[in-house]
Write a protein that binds this ligand. Sequence first.
Ligand SMILES: Cc1cc2nc3c(=O)[nH]c(=O)nc-3n(C[C@H](O)[C@H](O)[C@H](O)COP(=O)(O)OP(=O)(O)OC[C@H]3O[C@@H](n4cnc5c(N)ncnc54)[C@H](O)[C@@H]3O)c2cc1C
Length: 396
Amino acid sequence: MRPTTGNRQPTTKITIIGGGASGLMAADFLSRTREVHIYERGKTVGRKFLVAGNGGFNLTNRATGAELLRHYSPAPQMITALQNFDTTAVRAYFSDLGIPTFIGSSGRVFPERGIKPARVLAAMMHRLRERGVHFHFHHTFVGFTETMQPIVENAEGKLILEAEKFFFALGGASWSKTGSDGKWLDLFVEKGIKTVPFQASNCGVNVRFAEDFTKKYAGTPLKNIAVRCGDMTVKGEALITEYGLEGNAIYPVVREVRRLGEQVVLHFDFKTQNTENQLIAKIKGNNIQPKNYGYAFNLTKAQTAFIKQFTTKDEYLNPILFVKKIKNLSVSVEGLRPIDEAISTVGGVAMSELNNNFSLRRFPHLYVLGEMSDWDAPTGGFLLQGCFATAYAALH
Ligand SMILES: Cc1cc2nc3c(=O)[nH]c(=O)nc-3n(C[C@H](O)[C@H](O)[C@H](O)COP(=O)(O)OP(=O)(O)OC[C@H]3O[C@@H](n4cnc5c(N)ncnc54)[C@H](O)[C@@H]3O)c2cc1C
């Protein structure tokens, strides 16, 4: 792609394209010693950052060391990046910015109570403005020159950007209303950079329920359960929705659903603290009636109704067979939710194209940060943590 108008920019030392979590963090690190320009397609930065804050803003997680690293796959560069800028470093970074954090009961790290996401973003922006970082809004990355200089487009036309190094932080391909639509992928493909098609990660799964069940229970959580898929078992909560299930016990197994080909079965355990035999012992001589299952096994109405959705009449009426379903209920997945709804995506620039500092092996003046490259992690603060770690890695 060639620019149609040729406004040449004065040389800038460092250019970041994309003003999301990783672009802003990189701007902070780089502006300590360099002149930094951020080009962003929207009229503001950090829109996904703000969206992330709507439902509990996990800036990072409590996990450290091997416990932290095991959440990331399948990228050696991420391991190095996370070792160099781990969850403790992220907490220290925000504390230094005037945003103290606390660890929630689930291990997720939040800004202190009362600190809204907009204040976190404002603190980052304040620091960048104080350092003299230049913001260029309404500039969309639209391609490369022959010599791999980025071209951006604004209302007046196209510009070839000039800088010593270019840091791309254009995000993945979900929640396109926040600016990250993943369209940049084709522009990298055109230049022979190996990419992996985007797929939804951390998303809901489609499950077929009877209409009256959905009407009654959509919006109800199934708490303290375990969900198994392939090699993975996750404890947590699944939320019943109009289309199926979402929540922190579902998102992590999406990786296995993708691996196994989407037409897969999830196995639910509704009594993780009890063995099958302990539950059978509650039956007391097979006297128990289905209407008493809730009381006998301490199940909520939604749990009992959910189990009923996936058992035959004979299984439901027989308490011993019902107990087996409490401990291992098979639920067929009918597919993943559309990519735009996903909390994060996998795919993007193949990790094999990247050096340890997230520069491209063949074009070392170009860096690829955050969700743009093909790594995966679950929710719980691990996504932002991963993005921040790539921004730090790019310093070296
Ligand atoms: C609903 C929701 C809740 C979430 N909650 C959490 C959470 O609690 N904890 C957590 O760790 N993670 C959470 N995440 C994930 C986290 O927000 C993302 O992983 C993270 O924001 C990705 O950062 P990024 O810098 O890679 O990309 P983004 O933050 O998506 O930023 C990319 C930027 O690039 C710009 N851009 C894109 N294309 C172009 C172009 N062609 N030209 C110029 N600019 C362009 C976009 O406008 C955008 O500003 C959540 C995500 C969602 C959707």
